[in-house]
Design a protein around this ligand. Structure first.
Ligand SMILES: [Zn+2]
Length: 198
């Protein structure tokens, strides 16, 4: 990979041998491997010891999960927050595992829509709840940095499964609970540490 990155630097008109760039191929390789480590993560191993049988059937919400991903069209970051809710029927997921699920799907080349539904489907498969809801709000640098369609660089996607899909009241309750006044007007994004950073 390092040789390809060296060639890329030269293609861009740079001198890969100059001091500041000499170790760049090594760093880029390391960074890219980390940012795409979701491909080799084992989701079943993550969830294995974290599924519990409970007598609880109210909505579980984990909101404001920070995530960073790479858009598969431009290999540029998109990042933001993820909000997840589900209504269990007999089984729950350990709360700390929910940001881990987000991370596994974020650390791949992604499009926001697919990432949203993959998270929802994974939770559905793991615990067969009455419903799952996933909302992702993200800023896309491929839009923001290239100076086109800047106003659309903030995107919101959602996946509503089960009761969240066919019961408007349940869906509204979730959306109400995650709503924040700055949701649609947030221009800059506060760099808070990742909820599940290790
Ligand atoms: Zn893009």
């Amino acid at each position: 990979m390092q040789e390809i990155i060296r060639r890329l630097l030269a293609e861009l008109g740079e001198n890969p041998a100059r001091e500041g760039l000499i170790d760049t191929p090594k760093r880029v390789e390391k960074a890219l491997k980390f940012l795409t480590s979701g491909y080799t993560a084992d989701i079943d191993a993550v969830l294995n010891n974290a599924l519990f049988t409970v007598d609880y059937n109210e909505m579980v919400i984990v909101k404001d999960i920070d995530f960073y991903s790479l858009c598969e069209h431009h290999l540029l970051p998109f990042f933001g927050r993820c909000h997840i809710a589900y209504i269990p029927q007999g089984r729950v997921i350990g709360l700390s595992k929910i940001p881990r699920i987000v991370e596994i799907f974020a650390r791949r080349l992604q499009i926001q829509e697919r990432m949203t539904s993959e998270i929802g489907e994974t939770i559905k498969r793991a615990i067969n709840p009455l419903g799952v809801a996933v909302v992702l709000e993200a800023t896309h640098l491929c839009m923001a940095m290239r100076g086109v369609e800047k106003q659309n660089s903030f995107a919101i996607t959602s996946a509503m499964l089960g009761v969240f899909q066919h019961d408007a009241r349940t869906r509204m309750e979730f959306l109400e609970l995650i709503r924040r006044p700055e949701l649609t007007s947030r221009a800059s994004w506060p760099a808070t540490p990742h909820a599940s950073s290790v």
